[in-house]
Design a protein around this ligand. Structure first.
Ligand code: GLN
Length: 498
């Protein structure tokens, strides 16, 4: 029982079915760990322990009465970007320090309906803007592999909580890499689905044309389990798309059953030299190339492809994402909900001070850049031009996918770094260089662990797929994980028993 948190989601499901433990015992185990160890890493903003216990008890009763939902009674936690009815939803910001959502995000209801138990809300960069969780109003998050390092961002709390063994799986959101990069920094698998696959209703908007929710877990199969209840068309999100509904876990099982000793026979992996550019850490490059060699040894063919110059992609993203953010965040005005300044002298003072006091520096920087890009006189030069380049990025991916089935790259140019005062925003933005193109094109992509640096920090490999091919990505990573053990390594905190 003391190492139950090292089990996979599937092992937890079997454990519940075979009555090795009850959902209440499982929930208590995780709650005890969070209680004893989260002081070291600060991954939670809000705990929902009491409702979790009640739900777990109810789940045990339903199971006893024959309820067969496979995720019934399995604990998880949500990134604090998802609205949770009756529960504080801060989005990592002082602006929403008192916001108790009156409704649930669609994915929150769906995960509830699947019978999962939410243990609370996870820390994140303010309004999901950042790559190391340092912009959270609720404090930085420490990486469970090395407490002096960042967990990545913006889903840093989600990644840290899973890597610490506080929950088996967690939700995240990804606008420019926020699921994949923290997954990579914390030795996890994390998937951002095709844009439109998962409803954005109730997910606090950063850049609406790029935002997409997804799942994080220790393995591709863990991600498949949590992603399943998240997907599907939602009439309350105009950009959610009606599409066939795969059963991811079944697809992974089928892929495994069909696999011989060369499971990747016929799989063409595209590798772009643009993704192995200047600035890529040599240990990261080595681990990624070694993983590609393992894919080849298992039957895959590596083909060279070209994608848009990442520097151009980076500039495009940092024009469009702030522009959309400046528009989305205009709703936080101190009037209807959230933070309101003390003693405003008039309406303008109320708006100005509520926003200046409620938003942190990174969010203000994005609102300013975005508003500038959208202003009359600069709109064509910046925003329209960036939109045109976005079309070219899509076209370049289309052409690349004519020659390959998936594209592989490092997830991030470095492993988890130390927070330092001198990390200027532009250098932090550079860390997103391999992940953002995917969001601009709306493609699905995942990050999977492929080894450790000499300092013992996890390294991630990114796999990008064609539209709607989440199953292909997950089963590719899953088959790789059947032959390797990178995903079975545990962080320092996960190894602690309480
Ligand atoms: N690091 C990127 C940014 O700050 C991506 C964030 C995200 O995906 N939410 O914009």
């Amino acid at each position: 029982m003391s190492e139950i948190h090292l089990l996979s989601t599937e092992q937890l499901i079997t454990g519940l079915q075979d009555k090795q433990f009850s959902s209440l015992e499982l929930t208590e185990h995780y709650l005890k760990r969070i209680d004893a160890l989260d002081g070291k890493i600060n991954s939670f903003i809000t705990h929902t322990s009491e409702t979790a216990r009640a739900q777990a008890q109810a789940a045990d009763e339903m199971r006893a009465q024959g309820d067969k939902r496979r995720l019934l009674g399995i604990p998880m936690a949500h990134k604090d970007i998802f609205c949770t009815q009756g529960v504080l939803t801060t989005c990592g910001s002082k602006m929403l320090h008192n916001f108790v959502s009156p409704y649930n995000a669609t994915i929150v209801s769906n995960i509830d309906k699947a019978g999962m138990i939410s243990l609370g809300k996870l820390n994140m960069d303010e309004f999901a803007m950042g790559s190391d969780n340092s912009s959270s109003y609720y404090g930085t998050v420490q990486n469970p592999w090395n407490l002096e390092r960042v967990p990545g961002g913006s889903s840093g709390g989600s990644a840290a909580a899973v890597a610490a063994g506080f929950v088996p799986v967690a939700t995240g959101s990804d606008t420019g890499g926020s699921i994949r990069q923290p997954a990579s920094f914390c030795g996890l698998t994390g998937i951002k689905p095709t844009y439109g696959r998962v409803s954005r209703f109730g997910m606090i908007a950063y850049a609406s044309s790029l935002d997409q929710a997804g799942s994080m877990g220790k393995s591709a199969k863990d991600c498949a389990y949590l992603l399943q209840p998240m997907i599907g068309h939602d009439p309350r999100d105009a950009t959610s798309i009606k599409h066939d509904m795969p059963d991811y876990v079944q697809d992974l099982n089928d892929a495994e059953a069909a696999a011989g000793d060369k499971p990747f026979e016929g799989l063409r992996i595209g590798v772009a030299k643009e993704y192995f550019s200047e600035g890529l850490d040599s240990e990261v490059e080595q681990a990624v190339r070694a993983a590609l060699k393992q894919y080849e040894d298992l039957g895959a063919t590596i083909v060279e492809v070209n994608i848009t110059d990442p520097e151009i992609t980076l500039a495009t993203y940092y024009m469009l994402a702030p522009a959309e953010a400046s528009s989305n965040l205009s709703r936080f005005d101190g009037v209807r909900f959230g933070y309101r300044c003390e003693n405003p002298t008039d309406l303008i003072d109320l708006y100005t001070r509520s926003r200046s006091e409620g938003f942190g520096p990174e969010v203000q920087r994005r609102i300013l850049t975005g508003t500038y890009a959208l202003s009359a006189g600069y709109f064509d030069a910046y925003y329209t031009k960036a939109q045109r380049i976005r079309r070219l990025i899509v076209k370049d991916f289309d052409e690349a996918f004519a020659d390959c089935d998936v594209i592989a790259s490092p997830t991030s140019p470095t492993a988890a770094y130390k927070l330092s005062e001198d990390l200027d925003p532009a250098s932090m933005y550079l860390g997103d260089v391999y992940t953002i193109a995917v969001n601009l094109a709306g493609l699905p992509a995942l990050s999977q662990p492929v080894g450790l640096t000499s300092d013992g920090l996890p390294i991630g490999l990114q796999l990008i797929g064609q539209y709607w091919q989440e199953s292909k990505l997950l089963s590719t990573a899953h088959l790789f994980q059947q032959h390797t053990d990178h995903h079975l390594q545990h962080s320092l905190i996960a190894k602690e028993t309480v």
